[in-house]
Design a protein. Sequence first.
Length: 420
Amino acid sequence: MKIAIEGCMHGDLDNVYKTLQHLESLHNTKIDLLLCCGDFQSVRNKEDLKSMSVPQKYRSMKSFWKYYSGLEVAPYPTIFIGGNHEASNYLWELYYGGWAAPNIYFLGFAGVVKFGNIRIGGLSGIYNARNYKLGHYERPPYDKSSIRSVYHVREYDVHKLLQVEEPIDIFLSHDWPIGITDYGNWSELVRRKSYFKKEIQDRTLGSKAAAELLEKLKPPYWFSAHLHCKFSALLQHGEGGPLTKFLALDKCLPGRDFLQIVEIESEAGPYELQYDEEWLAITRSFNSIFPLTTTRANFGSVNLNKEDCCQWVRSRLQEKGAKPSEFVRTVPCYDPSQSRTNDSFSGYPRNPQTEYLLQLLGLPYLLDNMLEPNHVSPSPASFVQRGPVGYDNEEIPIDDVDEVEEHTTDDDLEAENENF
């Protein structure tokens, strides 16, 4: 199976797909799947732009809306995770995963699926220590605080991924596992990105949660993006242990290393995307403690009997089928011919794909649960001590991360962990 890996998409689907088609023609080959490592920007209409944490001048429609509307169809099956520049209101509709557009699948805030017999896992968002142990308390429409915290990785999602026992072939994360630079040519990386040096030395470049998952899952392939540069590493897990080939890629710009094609041994095609039995069992077991306020999940209250749960899920998949339900549009799509579109926010749309999955698993729909008044907090910073304030690199120009030449102290976690 030939799999194309793309770094940060930033909504530029048209150019990525055209590049892949050019490579197919040039090398007389066929690409079976595209994986995107975040900052996908699945913006359907102008209202979605309001839920995306980017400076105002970068709030543009880009090209995803064409695929959402049906004007264009993705020429390759595409699987993506979320980063820190996303239409977060849409991704929340598909928290458990689902088709964001025909042939374009969001892996969820955390998830595992099968493509053919290849098992692909992923974790959306970026790591931020201040918000890590909180629940998913954010709801659209987001305010100035929640529009950023909504994409911060949560302990609950990582804990679920840590329960995976069956081998994962490929894992995706937006930010890099912390410490991965030890296993590649970090001196060359620092030569190109001098402002990474202190963070590498201080062990703050990257995600602690991703590093924990890397140590547990030990996948043969791990792909990331976020830092807008290409970097490879080879990690052996213990003496004589399995190897993980790590690759981070750039964003889609001319002359940048934003694409890589890898060939992975697999069964013969044609390939289709299917639910993963073990992941559905884990999802079913832990949904009862899904934390929907700032309160941390109570993991001790879950009695995980995975064998029994897998057997139950297996019987459901045999009855209903293992393919996710079909894509459904839930909001009006952008129409460039109209100066104003009927795309105003009107509550919390329930995505039929999410409803189908929850019904399949016999679970209640919780995503539109409102916070109780005594749980509402304008910002988790109100009860977490903050470090000194440095520059806010949420404002780093998306089109040129290299303009920033230094980072601030490791106390300012926003500045350390949310590079463009």
